[in-house]
Design a protein around this ligand. Structure first.
Ligand code: ATP
Ligand code: MG
Length: 360
């Protein structure tokens, strides 16, 4: 079976380093591995509207930001289809049929949706579209016959929901859909990068992000004021590295070679962690090191972005082409789905013959 990737992001803001370590960096590696027949990277604007219905302008403005972030990280439109979700109406049609295969109580059990509802203070006023977005995500994944979905850990319940829908569809109507596998980051720190404020997840909605397009000064300011171990008051105090976002970021970004360049007192991260735990290593020194490591990673991304920013019309052109390619695939899947469900009346010669026999 051909291997196909589908993944994407909500255009609710520029992309941040959480997206980068949790998904983007991996996507670029997978894209360049040559192991995949097709790759679809989706800007999920329709999904973003499910909790931003009153602010469509925000979504409209951020589509280009996400596209620029993609290109600057190395996603290549010659190898990957970059597409805009709302321009493929087949996805809505698929969602509509999948809705019949999922119960309300099953949706209510989705832990990611539960915590997102809490975070947004929706309480009793949850938009139906938001509540059902895991179903629309199943439509996205299956429409492109994706076998592989590289995402962060928060997306696990969505992939599980998709797999359930696929199994149910195939068992009721006959095989038409492919059960996807999730591809999580291999490094634990990258699964769910915490915010600079120490909150469990760096997230556009929480305002605790280091953006890929932040200026070097902004990145430095954010890093130098990051939350660390609150009990590590004096340099001489023993510190905690577990749950300390500065060290989690180092786990996600730092390689041994960075020590040679920026902090030759240590050979590797374990040595630095050991000193911090023992006491005698100040937060400022660790943060300065982290700043150097992250700046080195972000600089080429920032520079490439500046190049792409010079020709915005061609970025929209690229999105249009990616969307057109993707739409062809989604239309084929929808047609397969409808014929399996036998709701393809005008193409169903058997049905027409059967009905005319009944009356004549
Ligand atoms: P929003 O707050 O609007 O939901 P978000 O920051 O959660 O935005 P999404 O667009 O929902 O970003 O997520 C896109 C992808 O990035 C998903 O694969 C998700 O798992 C991954 N991702 C998002 N935030 C992080 C993070 N902090 N650490 C690791 N991966 C992340
Ligand atoms: Mg999210």
């Amino acid at each position: 079976m051909d291997k196909v990737i589908l993944t994407g992001d909500r255009p609710t803001g520029k992309l941040h380093v959480g997206h980068y370590v949790g998904s983007l960096r991996r996507r670029v590696e997978l894209q360049n591995s040559g192991d995949f027949k097709k790759i679809f990277i989706m800007i999920a604007d329709a999904q973003a509207l499910t909790d931003n219905a009153d602010n469509p302008e925000k979504i409209r403005q951020n589509i280009i930001e996400v596209a620029l972030d993609y290109l600057s990280c190395g996603l290549d439109p010659d190898k990957s289809n970059l597409l805009i979700q709302s321009q493929i109406s087949e996805l809505c049609e698929l969602s509509f049929y999948y809705m019949n295969l999922v119960t309300v109580s099953r949706l209510q059990r989705n832990p990611t949706v539960k915590s997102e509802i809490q975070m947004r203070n929706f309480e009793a006023s949850i938009p139906v579209g938001f509540f059902t977005y895991p179903i629309s995500q199943a439509a996205d994944i299956t429409a492109f016959k994706a076998t592989t979905v590289p995402v962060g850990e928060d997306q696990l319940p969505m992939i599980e929901q998709t797999r359930e829908i696929v199994r149910k569809f195939n068992s009721i109507y006959g095989d038409a859909l492919i059960e996807p596998d999730v591809l999580l980051p291999d490094n634990k720190a990258c699964m769910r990068l915490p915010g600079t404020d120490g909150k469990a997840k760096m997230s556009k909605s929480l305002g605790n992000c280091i953006y890929l397009s932040d200026s070097p000064d902004d990145v430095k300011k954010k890093i130098m004021s990051m939350f660390t171990d609150p009990n590590h008051l004096q340099v001489s105090d023993p510190g905690k590295v577990e749950g300390n976002p500065v060290f989690i970021y180092l786990d996600a970004f730092c390689k041994d070679e960075h020590f040679e360049r920026y902090c030759p007192d240590y050979a590797c991260l374990d040595e630095m962690k050991e000193h911090y735990t023992r006491g005698g290593l100040g937060d400022v020194k660790v943060k300065k090191f982290l700043n150097n490591v992250i700046q080195e990673e972000l600089e080429p991304i920032r520079n490439r972005r500046k190049e792409f920013e010079k020709d915005i019309p061609s970025v929209y052109d690229m999105l249009k082409k990616g969307t057109e390619n993707a739409r062809e695939v989604a239309a084929q899947t929808l047609s397969d789905v409808k014929s399996k469900m036998k709701i393809n009346y005008f193409d169903d010669m058997e049905l027409i013959a059967e009905q005319s026999k009944k009356y004549n």
